[in-house]
Design a protein around this ligand. Structure first.
Ligand SMILES: [Zn+2]
Length: 694
């Protein structure tokens, strides 16, 4: 809680009861309901009704009846609390004749004087009003004014006169909640207002005015900002409304895990884990499901993914569209259900592709927010809701952009918009739409994350880790309980089909090896980023694209990234061994926090140490054994040495743990690897610094 919030809450103890304050803490995601004592409190409500039977109020209604009888085009509504003419208009005509438009106040005063019984106030009341709004619409010259009634210099809350005039000075319509001011003194002010609170007068009814304090009270962590009015005489809560627009749900027909699980499906043809045995494996196509939600997290997206009242693929986090096109409007209001035929080219289903892109990007926004990629951390949002950071930088996401067989993200500093460019993949016939492959989208979103959280990723090792982080998030954010981390996971398998002839896309995806914590399936270790040391066991299947699409150079950034992601994936497996599936979320948290704790242009060793530092800061180092064990089994052990970040040549890998750290009994790990046994044997034999050079 920031000091300002704390101060407001303390000073407002008079209105927020203790139990309310507790409820506020307990249910951060649910906004407090609107409250108006005059409608919601039975005693106050009875007084309102009694005062509406007052002779003055009855005279107003009688006057309206006479006027509408004489002019059938005239319609008059009444305010349910104050009994005033809340809307006066006439169909087909204006309320007054043409007049000098600059003399609108004179016109209005005369109209009120001519209809004194209807308004229930003397026209002199206009002299006690301040002009709260005065706007002229450029294209038609219509002037709309709002007069706020005051007593002394204090606003009478909700007591206004709205009037609009044509460019010829005719009164178009009027809306009044002006009330006669009683002659007697107001109740005394006995309660001190909170810092920043404004004195005002609250009409409990048309005959009962109360001194009041009005404050704006932010609710920590939710984006809710309340306007709270309290009685300045006795501290009663008089009114409360949430100034934050409530998020409303929208419906998306998208590839998702199931009708009851909004997690995006990996792709239209998901498989997780994928196949460790190379072969032509193309899992069945799933059907899309309908997801109705405002957002994944009301904290991350207080206004929802789409602003209330809007109905297009554009919101606070993301604007999604095709090149040069506008965001896609809903197929009906706030529904995004568009035809999608995977036997046709992606150009035949542009709206469905944009919808999937918008949905997945927003889901990722909310998930990364939960992991700490929030406003002060520099996330991408149009509005930051006063929660820090620089705003006006929602991501511009383009589906089917002009390019093929790839995707890219253009990062920008906080406060400047980043852009995501998704292509079609032209291997198969018909083409596959990259916007339907959540792993590609999350990979690119990973760049949005890492380039904002790590101060600089310009050096060779650091750039490679940027690619690795992106793969790591794409697989671990989409993982679910029960999946064996020592199985195989092909990165972006769906779009890789027939990519330069590849048919084993559900084994290798777009990388050299499937991701796996099992070294018999993915043999990569730290030294494999070093061109002078890279060597893989030829018995372990590798992608046939190596040497064509996939660079053979160990220091190519995606190859470097593969090694980093494999190291993270192995540490994650150890976290899952220790904690069960919650270890996945905890690893994501530590990796995200580790980026914030990283120096600019980190080496592998520095980035490793930043993750360990995050564990120390978050959990007093409770995960150090799991993390170290995972790092060490991939050569990033205690004695490993990284060359300067500007190169990947000169790695010294090591498979040891820090002194004093004893490996967990590996026998408890579900899928024990022989390799792990060898390591354990070595460690138990006292090889404290088992350095393997390859
Ligand atoms: Zn990338």
């Amino acid at each position: 809680m920031n000091p300002l919030t704390a101060a407001c809450c303390t000073a407002l103890a008079a209105c927020f009861t203790l139990s309310e304050t507790r409820a506020q803490v307990a249910s951060k995601e649910s906004a407090k309901p609107r409250f108006d004592i005059r409608l919601d409190d039975p005693v106050a409500r009875a007084a309102v009704q009694a005062h509406l039977a007052h002779p003055g109020a009855r005279a107003q209604r009688r006057s309206a009846a006479e006027l509408t009888r004489a002019s059938p085009d005239l319609s008059i509504d009444f305010d349910e609390i104050l009994g005033t003419p809340s809307f006066i208009r006439s169909s087909g005509t204006f309320l007054t004749a043409a007049a000098d438009p600059a003399a609108w106040l004179t016109t209005l005063r005369e109209y009120v004087a001519d209809h004194r019984d209807l308004f229930g106030v003397d026209p002199g009341v206009l002299d006690h009003c301040r002009v709260a709004r005065d706007l002229v619409t450029r294209h038609n010259g219509v002037r709309s004014v709002t007069l706020q009634e005051q007593i002394e210099e204090y606003d009478l809350i909700g007591a206004t006169l709205l009037a609009s005039f044509t460019s010829g000075g005719e009164l178009i319509n009027a809306a009044s909640t002006l009330i006669p001011t009683p002659g007697g003194p107001l109740a005394p002010v006995l309660i001190q207002g909170a810092p920043g609170a404004r004195r005002a007068i609250f009409p409990m009814s048309r005959l009962d005015l109360r001194p009041a304090w009005m404050s704006r009270v932010p609710e920590t962590g939710t984006g809710n900002l309340y306007e709270v009015t309290v009685d300045a005489a006795d501290g009663r809560l008089l009114a409360r409304r949430n100034l934050t627009l409530h998020a409303t749900s929208a419906t998306y027909n998208v590839y998702s895990r199931s009708a009851s699980d909004p997690t995006p499906a990996d792709s239209p043809s998901p498989q997780s884990p994928t196949s460790c045995t190379p072969g032509v494996t193309q899992p069945p196509i799933i059907t899309r499901s309908s997801q109705t939600l405002a957002s994944l997290s009301a904290t991350a997206s207080p206004n929802g993914w789409i602003d209330p009242l809007d109905s297009a693929t554009s919101g606070n986090n993301v604007s999604a569209h095709t090149p040069g096109g506008p965001p896609v409007a809903g197929s009906s209001f706030r529904a995004f259900d568009f035809p999608l035929d995977l036997t046709a080219t992606p150009a035949a289903y542009p709206s469905a592709g944009v919808t999937q892109l918008f949905y997945t990007m927003n889901w990722v926004h909310d998930r990364l927010y939960q992991l700490g990629f929030d406003e002060p951390s520099g996330n991408y949002q149009r509005s930051n809701f006063g929660r820090g950071g620089l705003e006006a930088d929602a991501i511009d996401a383009i589906a089917r952009d002009s390019g093929s067989n790839n995707a890219f993200f253009v990062p920008a500093p906080d406060g400047s918009t980043g852009s995501l460019h998704m292509f079609v993949f032209t291997g198969p016939d018909p083409d596959r739409d990259g916007a339907l492959d959540a792993e590609v989208i999350i990979h690119e979103s990973g760049h949005a994350l890492s380039t904002r959280l790590v101060d600089s990723l310009a050096a060779m090792q650091s750039m490679g880790m940027g690619e690795g982080w992106s793969d790591f998030y794409s697989l671990s954010l989409l993982s679910q309980a029960g999946e064996d981390p020592r199985g195989c996971y092909a990165e972006s398998a769906y779009v890789a089909y027939q990519l330069f002839g590849l048919t084993q896309n559900y084994t290798f995806g777009i990388r050299r090896f499937p991701y796996s914590a099992d070294p018999r399936k993915n043999p990569e270790t730290f030294a494999d980023i070093d061109p002078l040391q890279m060597a893989f066991d030829p018995a372990i299947p590798a992608s046939p694209l190596i040497g064509s699409v996939i660079d053979t150079n160990a220091s190519e950034e995606h190859n470097v990234g593969e090694v980093w992601a494999t190291i993270l994936w192995s540490a994650r497996a150890r976290m899952i061994d220790a904690l069960g599936f919650p270890g996945n979320e905890r690893m994501l948290l530590l990796v995200t926090d580790g980026m914030k704790l990283s120096p600019p242009n980190p080496t592998f060793i520095q980035a490793r140490d930043a993750i360990l530092a995050a564990d120390l800061a978050n959990f007093s180092g409770a995960d150090s054994l799991a993390l170290w064990t995972g790092f060490a089994e991939r050569g990033l052990g205690f004695s490993a040495v990284a060359p300067p970040a500007s190169t990947t040549t000169g790695v010294i890998e090591a498979f040891d743990l820090p002194p004093g750290l004893v490996a967990a009994p590996i026998a408890s790990i579900p899928s024990l690897t022989e390799w792990g046994m060898v390591l354990l044997a070595a460690l138990l034999a006292g090889c404290g610094a088992l350095v393997l050079r390859r």
